[in-house]
Design a protein around this ligand. Structure first.
Ligand SMILES: Cc1cc2nc3c(=O)[nH]c(=O)nc-3n(C[C@H](O)[C@H](O)[C@H](O)COP(=O)(O)OP(=O)(O)OC[C@H]3O[C@@H](n4cnc5c(N)ncnc54)[C@H](O)[C@@H]3O)c2cc1C
Length: 544
């Protein structure tokens, strides 16, 4: 009998996985897709839409699934019973699987209070309105900001550059634009040559660049940044911070991402894979999502008995960074008497323009839409080929960095986490059952336990997690810690200033913070003990 593979999601990663499984599965797999929306959204052109340079496209998902050899069922995943091989949907039904691939993406949440958050197609109209306000002279200064965390920041650079071109084309030379990013260099992901090219491009377009700056909030006409700085602006456009949806029964990071290995297997949960934006890989890009889906599909096909050696995910960012031969992104066409119309520019920032590079998905979508293969890249002087292969060791540094917690505190009186932490935390194993851990926590009157694996901290399990598990009918002697813990928790060291730790706890809404020495759990900081240690109030938060 064929292995039942359930693909959760109907986006880039799920479709790429369906196509890869059709190719590699040797008929040994049957594939079902589960997604709440009946459409596949092709979002890259969302950036160009407000400027009249492109349109977001969507396709009927059931039709795409059928063409990819899969069936489509409407539904949203809410939980996984890995022991029983079942997923639960938010409508209360269950769907059985032999192998599960979770590819349900990540949702955007506002990262900078007061800013216009650009999530994609949903915000086209708001950007269009902003452009109108600029043209009407109501808005003269705009900042485009990248928050810290896992984001695909290219669309923001494109928005800033397109706005600059739009403004220049209309002779609005008094409009001031700025780009603010926590990265040390603009578009750092693209390597040194790419960053340098983008820096020059921003300069040519008159966009002031602020690197190493974390946007906190936009209030009373001021964009507040960490470290201490303020920029007076009329509007702020920010990228959202991405977060994964809550999935009961699977380990998730604080931001809801699923920790996976190089074959896409979710750590410690048998027969469950994940790919795309929902994983803990910090670069949230369609090409990367497709590469992850390919690696997972190879492993799934091999598990189902197909004759192949699965290759691990080797993330490579590919494309051509176009720096633009002339400072023009839009060109005017005079339409007899009807005024100037901005027409499609042959100069996107990135090649292939507005296209998600997936080994199977790109040709499949092109064929489905009746489009010919993409045209050759324009011969633009100064175009820089980008082929960045990310090393495993450097992966953590790929997300826009979070501000140092110490930098956010004020009024330090020298007190550190060591002064308030408990030094005898409860450390449990990932394979312990929830029942065992609940007993231990109850016996010691603790609200949380640290999860250690070979001496390394890998998670935290709180009383809230236990409540969630038992409310979801998890069995105390079957459900394991690994499935319900928060993976890759935010930690502090004993030497962290206490105010900084309190800031972190307040901002995230944590009641407990694990304390580590290197990666070894050495203590636990409770909010109450920490608050007792400090009367100093924190002045600047982290902006979320
Ligand atoms: C404005 C913008 C421009 C971009 N431009 C580019 C670009 O040019 N090139 C590029 O490579 N990438 C680009 N990206 C990033 C790219 O779109 C994402 O990285 C990619 O779509 C991630 O694929 P995914 O399959 O993980 O998630 P998605 O494509 O987001 O798909 C998620 C799927 O899961 C479904 N889902 C959600 N919740 C559930 C649930 N509970 N149960 C079941 N299903 C669920 C959704 O309905 C959807 O079908 C851009 C993103 C944005 C926002």
């Amino acid at each position: 009998m064929a292995t039942r593979v359930l693909l959760v999601g109907g986006g880039v990663a799920a479709l790429e996985a369906a196509l890869a499984l059709r190719d590699l599965g040797e008929g040994r797999v049957s594939v079902e897709m589960l997604a709440p929306e009946p459409q596949f959204w092709y979002r890259p052109l969302a950036v160009a839409e407000p400027f009249g340079l492109g349109e977001v496209r969507h396709f009927d998902l059931a039709e795409l699934a059928a063409a990819a050899g899969a069936t489509f069922s409407p539904g949203a995943l809410s939980g996984v019973d890995a022991v029983g091989g079942l997923v639960q949907t938010s409508a209360g039904s269950t769907v059985p699987y032999d192998i599960l691939l979770v590819a349900c993406g990540a949702g955007p949440s506002p990262a900078v209070p007061g800013a216009l958050t650009f999530r994609g197609p949903a915000d086209t109209e708001r950007i269009r309105q902003l452009l109108e306000e600029i043209v009407a002279g109501q808005v003269g200064r705009v900042a485009f900001v990248v928050p810290w965390g896992a984001v695909w920041s290219l669309p923001l650079y494109e928005l800033a550059l397109m706005t600059a071109a739009y403004v220049a084309e209309r002779g609005l030379d008094r409009v001031e634009l700025a780009l603010v990013t926590p990265e040390e260099e603009p578009l750092q992901l693209f390597g040194r040559a790419g960053s340098e090219a983008v820096r020059q491009l921003l300069e040519q377009r008159g966009i002031a660049l602020h690197t190493g700056s974390w946007p906190v909030e936009f209030v009373d006409g001021e964009l507040r940044l960490v470290p201490e700085e303020k920029i007076a602006v009329d509007r702020v456009v920010a990228l959202p911070r991405l977060r994964g949806p809550r999935i009961d029964g699977l380990p998730q990071t604080v931001d809801g991402f699923l920790p996976v290995d190089a074959h896409g297997q979710v750590h410690g949960v048998a027969d469950v894979f994940a790919a795309g934006d929902i994983t803990n890989f910090p670069v949230k890009q369609g090409g990367i999502a497709a590469q992850q889906a390919d690696a997972a599909a190879e492993m799934i096909a091999a598990t189902a008995g197909a004759d192949l050696t699965p290759q691990p995910f080797r993330p490579v960012l590919r494309g051509l960074l176009l720096t633009g031969g002339q400072p023009r992104y839009l060109r005017h066409e005079i339409t007899g008497g009807a005024g100037d119309v901005a027409a499609a520019s042959p100069e996107p920032l990135w090649w292939p323009p507005a296209k998600i590079v997936g080994r199977y998905l790109a040709p499949f979508l092109a064929a489905f839409a009746g489009v010919e293969s993409p045209p050759e890249p324009p011969a633009t002087p100064g175009a820089i080929p980008v082929e960045v292969e990310f090393e495993r060791e450097t992966i953590e540094g790929l997300a826009a960095p979070r501000p140092e917690v110490g930098a956010a505190a004020e009024g330090e009186d020298g007190a550190t986490v060591a002064d308030a932490m408990s030094t005898d935390p409860l450390v449990v194993a990932p394979e312990d059952t929830l029942g065992e851990v609940a007993e231990k926590m109850h016996a010691r009157d603790l609200g949380s336990a640290l999860v250690g694996d070979y001496g390394r901290l890998i998670g935290v399990l709180t009383a809230r997690d236990l409540l969630r598990a038992f409310a979801g009918r998890a069995h105390p002697s079957e459900a394991r810690v690994r499935e319900w813990m928060t993976a890759e928790p935010v930690t502090v060291s004993a030497a962290t200033p206490i105010e900084a730790a309190v800031t972190l706890m307040t901002e995230y809404g944590f009641h407990h913070l694990p304390v580590v020495d290197d990666e070894r759990p050495v203590g636990m900081l409770g909010l109450r003990q920490a608050a007792r240690q400090t009367h100093a109030r924190t002045r600047i938060g982290l902006g979320f």
